[in-house]
Write a protein that binds this ligand. Structure first.
Ligand code: ADP
Ligand code: MG
Length: 244
């Protein structure tokens, strides 16, 4: 089976000349759970935006389960929960899910059933008719995730899904994400919570200045940097300390 994500030579230079991604290679095997870690400005969101066709790449190739990332087939296989909570303020919870399903060509009846499932899984059924601005912060986060999963993507990309979320909801979101992965979905996650990456990810990719500077399991990174915690290993890697 081809990898869920295969990136070769990805370069992104923004219109103002800033080089956000510099000849980056990355593979994510089918069914894996990979964490993308790096400081603000490292290029994580640019990478994700390139994969999801939100920005145009300067050069490089991206394939999703073997399909070019801009093809319809590839787009349908990816679900994205963006860093910014970008819900349509005029749509209620159920409409948000149904519109998304429609966008991905789901049949009306199927979309209705699936939206119902998503509202049950994410505990949003009681809010089906409520518009986004009237939802609590936690509900908006859950809806963002439900929308990303609506069309049953095989690769789910979560860009800081737990940023600014309270402890209770974070633990809840972890449980959802873990179940998703257990059911066979490939997950690419960015987070600034190192304990979250340690807890969830099988593999951790370190990004700095638009480049991949390391990749290993949390255990492997601790060993490589002679660190007792992943946070410690991360700090050393980002400071440019060479691995052992
Ligand atoms: N539209 C844009 N135009 C110019 N520079 C941008 C744009 N979007 C992002 N950048 C810059 O690219 C770099 C990487 O940003 P981003 O991909 O958002 O990083 P991260 O998600 O790792 O914090 C940052 O320096 C950011 O300021
Ligand atoms: Mg970002």
């Amino acid at each position: 089976m081809p990898p869920a994500l295969r990136i070769r030579g990805l370069t992104k230079r923004y219109e103002d000349g800033f080089l956000a991604l510099a000849d980056l290679d990355l593979d994510v095997g089918a069914g894996r759970f990979v964490g993308l870690l790096g400081p603000n400005g490292a290029g994580k969101t640019s990478l994700i935006s390139a994969v999801c066709n939100i920005i145009r790449v300067t050069s490089g190739e991206i394939a999703i389960f073997g399909e070019p990332h801009h093809s319809l087939a590839a787009r349908r296989m990816v679900g994205l929960a963006e860093q910014d909570v970008n819900l349509d303020r005029f749509l209620d919870v159920e409409e948000t899910l149904l519109y998304h399903g429609g966008y991905f060509g789901m049949r009306r009846a199927h979309a209705r059933t699936r939206a119902g499932e998503m509202m049950d899984v994410f505990d949003l059924r009681a809010k089906a008719g409520v518009r986004a601005p009237k939802l609590s912060g936690g509900m908006r986060r859950r809806l963002l995730l439900a929308r990303a999963l609506m069309h049953e993507p095989r690769l789910v990309i979560l860009d800081e899904p737990t940023a600014g979320v309270d402890f209770e909801l974070r633990v809840e979101l972890w449980a959802y994400i873990r179940r998703l992965h257990d059911s066979g979905t490939t997950v690419l996650l960015t987070t600034h919570y190192l304990e979250e990456a340690d807890e969830l990810c099988e593999d951790i990719v370190l990004v700095r200045g638009g480049r991949v500077i390391g990749r290993d399991t949390a255990e492997g990174l601790r060993a490589a940097y002679g660190a007792t915690s992943l946070a410690d290993a991360y700090v050393r890697a980002m400071a440019g300390v060479p691995p052992r």
